[in-house]
Design a protein around this ligand. Structure first.
Ligand code: HPA
Length: 281
């Protein structure tokens, strides 16, 4: 398979926005004309995702007179893929849009959030193994000891979601007629779903949703200087809150059913704040 040359912008540059489509949500970009696409394995440092429902493709699409770069599918922390997640985010940053919207399937731990609803993330609790927090690409030569540093504040705030991008997403949702909710996202390692006791603990500490992705991408996006926002599709009630246990199959089914609404939101988001034309790709 052909690998890309040294200038990724010549292949996929020029997008107004980058959107990562998570578990089962790849259908959100199906209706948009494709300008160009590259599979993960054509990009240095990336290999295809191993989980079903994740295609592993960068796809530049045109949406009316705008361009949106979709990352269709992702690698997860539980695939031992933090270096690849970093490579994927840095590749997106090198393409120059400056903004990344992450989407993830998530289980609800909050009775106000039901399957099929879209939720914009206000803040993150990072319960993944967090090896990626040890990475320090800007470390001066010759220093190898790990020095504790703040996640927030200072010159390189990490795990921060951009409030202005979030507010643009909320405005786009209103234009698309979507009742977008807000929530706090707990990011766990997976790949096993939580125990009922873990879900009760997440409720106690103020989480609204739980997912197995997002935190490393937010971390690396912050490191790369991208403005980042996170959206979740509630695909299930978390373990112990419904009659049946969560399953990847039903997560993918709900994702497929909700992709149309996510696509509508993206149409309005990529268009920017002031135009009010009909939501067609
Ligand atoms: N837990 C963790 N990750 C998930 C879930 C869940 O219930 N649903 C979709 N992704």
């Amino acid at each position: 398979m052909r690998r890309i040359g040294s200038d990724p912008k010549s292949e996929l540059g020029g997008a107004d926005l980058t959107v990562l489509l998570g578990s089962g949500l790849g259908g959100a970009c199906e209706r948009f004309p494709v300008v160009r696409s590259l599979e993960f394995e054509q990009i240095p440092g990336l290999t295809p995702p191993s989980v079903s429902g994740h295609r592993g493709e960068f796809r530049l699409c045109s949406i009316n007179d705008r361009r949106c770069l979709f990352i269709v599918g992702r690698k997860h922390y539980y695939e031992r893929a933090d270096k690849e997640i970093r490579a994927m985010v840095r590749f997106a940053a090198a393409l120059g849009t400056g903004e990344l919207v992450l989407t993830s399937a998530a289980g609800s731990v909050d009775s106000r959030l039901s399957p099929g609803e879209l939720v914009v993330v206000e803040d993150i609790m990072d319960f993944q193994d967090r090896d990626y927090r040890l990475t320090r690409p800007a470390e001066p030569a010759g220093r190898s000891s790990v020095v504790p540093r703040p996640l927030r504040g200072g010159n390189s705030p990490l795990l921060c979601l951009d409030p202005s991008l979030r507010s643009r997403i909320e405005k786009a949702a209103i234009k698309a007629g979507i009742a977008l909710k807000r929530g706090v996202l707990a990011c766990v390692s997976g790949p096993a779903y939580e125990t009922p006791a873990e879900v009760r603990a997440l409720q106690e500490i103020g989480a609204s949703l739980v997912t197995m992705s997002a935190a490393p991408e937010v971390f690396f996006a912050n490191q790369a200087g991208l403005r980042v926002a996170a959206l979740c599709l509630v695909t299930n009630l978390a373990t112990g809150l419904a009659q049946s246990a969560p399953s990847h199959k039903s997560v993918l089914e709900i994702g497929k059913r909700s992709s149309r609404a996510l696509g509508d939101l993206i149409v309005h988001l990529v268009r920017g704040p002031d135009v009010t034309a009909a939501p067609d790709g």
